[in-house]
Design a protein around this ligand. Structure first.
Ligand code: PLP
Length: 369
């Protein structure tokens, strides 16, 4: 097996992020579903989130639930991607709870529960403007919740939820959250009991916990990125006083396989690159550059990798090559040297999911309570 590229996961830093997020949520009466889809459901990460007090674990992929259960990670499990009809046998077998937005699916879920002689909990999703999953028609949502309550004995209505800032870039605001809470109250009136869960969204909704503006009534968030990476809100949203979240729990290491002085402008007639694109090249004369044994097959987009090596910039690459400009590096890089990067969410998603990626764990004891 190849040694590089290599991913190091510092579980103590992951634990620190999980503690920070979960304790702040707990202070506002909010339970956290720890979402592990960003790291391919790594059981080590899942264990850390549970040890830190995540009330349940969530992912969009049933294979990850199966993997974690086989590894003995304690649930309960929430499926956070609305399931297809073909997935329902595994949903009922593997997960305690799932997100739902279609009556036909809920009906089929009842049948599957009967078949397996089990009950299953659902969170019915509303769409408050992000335009991904969820009922757009709010009356329809209330009607469907009532029908689940009255007509589906094996499907338990645990609550309602919303997702924001995923397809649309709709921002969670106190107004949006109040809309959700209002809708929950409507459902409660109709069914004559309180809902257990009012699920206000993902990492982007954690901003309201951070700022202390989360309306009462929202009691559940499904959080992945803020815990795994901690970067979106601090870097992309520019929130400055969130430095209690560490952004360096994951380190990508790659090996230098070529170092040469070369022109910066390709020579000859131009066609297209390996991925069918027509890149624009800037002629900066002859510069020292290196090739890393790392490619788009490992991490997706290379240009957005975040180098930790001073002076190094990623200038491009292909499936299995990453070309970096090292002219300005104080360290004189040579073949065989190892360089490090921090990751964005998409890099983390792709890199952890590759079967040939070597993943090493630091501070394994962070998995214990
Ligand atoms: C991915 C996802 C989450 C977690 O999102 P993060 O931004 O990683 O916190 C929560 N809920 C749903 C429905 C998701 O698809």
């Amino acid at each position: 097996m190849r040694q590089y590229p290599q991913l190091e996961f510092d579980l103590a830093l992951l634990r620190s992020n999980a503690d920070a997020v979960i304790s702040r949520c707990r202070g506002m009466g909010i339970r956290v579903c720890g979402v592990i889809k960003g790291v391919d459901g790594l059981p080590e990460a899942a264990r850390v989130l549970r040890a830190a007090g995540a009330a349940e674990l969530g992912t969009s992929r049933l294979e990850q639930v199966a993997k974690c259960r086989a590894a003995g990670v304690p649930g309960p499990w929430l499926l956070i991607r609305i399931p297809g009809l073909t997935e329902l046998p595994d949903v009922v077998a593997l997960c305690e709870t799932s997100l739902q937005s279609e009556w036909p699916t809920l009906l089929a879920l009842e049948e599957e529960c009967l078949r397996q002689n089990k009950t299953h909990r659902v969170i019915v999703m509303t769409d408050l403007g992000d335009l991904r999953e969820g009922f757009w028609d709010k009356d329809e949502l209330v009607d469907v919740c009532e029908r689940v309550e009255r007509e589906l004995p094996h499907v338990q209505l645990a609550g309602i939820g919303v997702n924001l800032t995923c397809y649309g870039s709709t921002k969670p605001t106190p107004e949006k959250m109040n809309e959700l809470v209002g809708l929950a109250r409507q459902v409660e009136q109709r069914i004559g009991r309180k809902l257990e869960i009012v699920s206000g969204g993902a990492t982007s909704s954690f901003t309201l916990v951070h700022w202390g503006t989360m309306p009462a009534g929202v009691n559940h968030l499904r959080i992945g990125e803020a815990i795994l990476l901690g970067k979106d809100l601090q870097v992309d949203w520019g929130i400055r006083d969130m430095d209690y979240l560490r952004m360096d729990a994951l380190t990508l290491r790659a090996e230098v396989v070529e170092v040469k002085d070369k022109p910066t402008y390709p020579i000859g007639e131009f066609a297209i690159d390996a991925f069918g694109r027509k890149p624009v090249y800037e002629d900066r004369g002859i510069r020292r550059r290196a090739i890393l044994a790392l490619g788009r097959a490992d991490v997706g987009e290379l240009e957005s990798l975040i180098p930790r090596e001073p002076g190094l910039t990623v200038i491009g690459g292909s499936s299995d090559h990453c070309i970096v400009d090292v002219e300005d590096c104080p360290r004189r890089l040579q073949v065989g040297d190892i360089v490090e990067f921090s990751l964005c969410y998409s890099h983390m998603l792709y890199a952890t999911a590759r079967s040939d990626m070597r993943i090493i764990f630091k501070n394994q004891s962070a998995q214990e309570e």
